[in-house]
Design a protein around this ligand. Structure first.
Ligand code: PEP
Length: 252
């Protein structure tokens, strides 16, 4: 049975106050969830300690990025080991904002995945095509190449530490969502790529991200290869986020 996850990526939003109030609201509202979904909060790194303190045992916590090195003279970076030290279980890697705004390359993403898994975290590899790439009919090829490059260093017995989030770049923060059918087609294609790579593809959790809201989540999560979501904007409002978590069908 595959894990079902809904993860909230706060991006560079929030405050110490929000790290306490939002997390305790999500925690109390999520207590009634009975669908087996794992709820993950991914705040800015500086608030990870506050979020871990408010999260209790029912919510998991992650970081939005880690440095590609173990430690050393890398001003401003946070290592995967530091994330573990603070109580994180997950790390995002290769988010399109990091690729586009900070020049994160596929090689750097592969190094980070290696560090994340080596530290004992779960890596949430983000992949997705731009609008131009989709319109040129290259969406599946672009995503396949990001999956292959980003996961190139994963060892045979570490696949259980991998989650892939398909996030079409044109859908992130734009209010435009892939149709459930288009997202399902891409997820099935990603599963095919993982299988070609020798991964236990049917056991790997695949998330969809890109303007997921309380009113479109259920249709997306009803698709057979969509195992939950990576949520940006809607993860900053407890009711909306928990309603998205509630939209994951119970595992059978
Ligand atoms: C994201 O940043 O990963 C994301 C999916 O954002 P939004 O839900 O706001 O589109």
């Amino acid at each position: 049975m595959r894990r079902k996850i809904v993860a909230g990526n706060w991006k560079m939003n929030g405050s110490k106050d929000l790290a306490q109030t939002l997390v305790s609201d999500v925690r109390s509202q999520a207590a009634s969830l009975d669908n087996g979904v794992e709820v993950v909060i991914i705040p800015p790194a500086i608030y990870v300690g506050d979020v871990v303190a408010s999260a209790g045992d029912s919510l998991s916590v992650g970081v939005q990025n880690v440095g590609q090195w173990a430690s050393g003279a890398y001003t401003g970076e946070v290592s995967a080991d530091m994330a573990v030290d603070q109580g994180c279980l997950y790390a995002l890697v290769g988010h399109s904002e990091r690729r586009q705004l900070f020049g994160e390359t596929d090689d750097a993403v592969a190094e980070k995945v290696d560090r994340i898994i080596g530290a004992g975290l779960h890596a949430v590899l983000c992949v997705g095509e731009t609008l131009e790439e989709r319109e040129a009919g290259k969406a599946e090829a672009v995503v396949a190449s990001q999956v292959k490059a980003g996961l190139a260093k994963v060892a045979a017995d570490d696949w259980q530490r991998v989650v892939v989030a398909y996030e079409p770049v044109w859908a992130i923060g734009t209010g435009k969502t892939a149709t459930a059918q288009d997202a399902q087609t891409m997820h099935a294609s990603i599963r095919g790529v993982l299988s070609e790579m020798g991964a236990p593809a049917n056991e790997i959790c695949l998330l969809y991200g890109g303007s997921v809201k309380a009113d479109n989540a259920a249709a997306l999560f009803a698709e057979p290869d969509i195992d939950g979501g990576l949520i940006g904007g809607a993860s900053l409002i407890a009711e909306d986020f928990v309603s998205i978590c509630r939209s994951v069908p119970a595992s059978t």
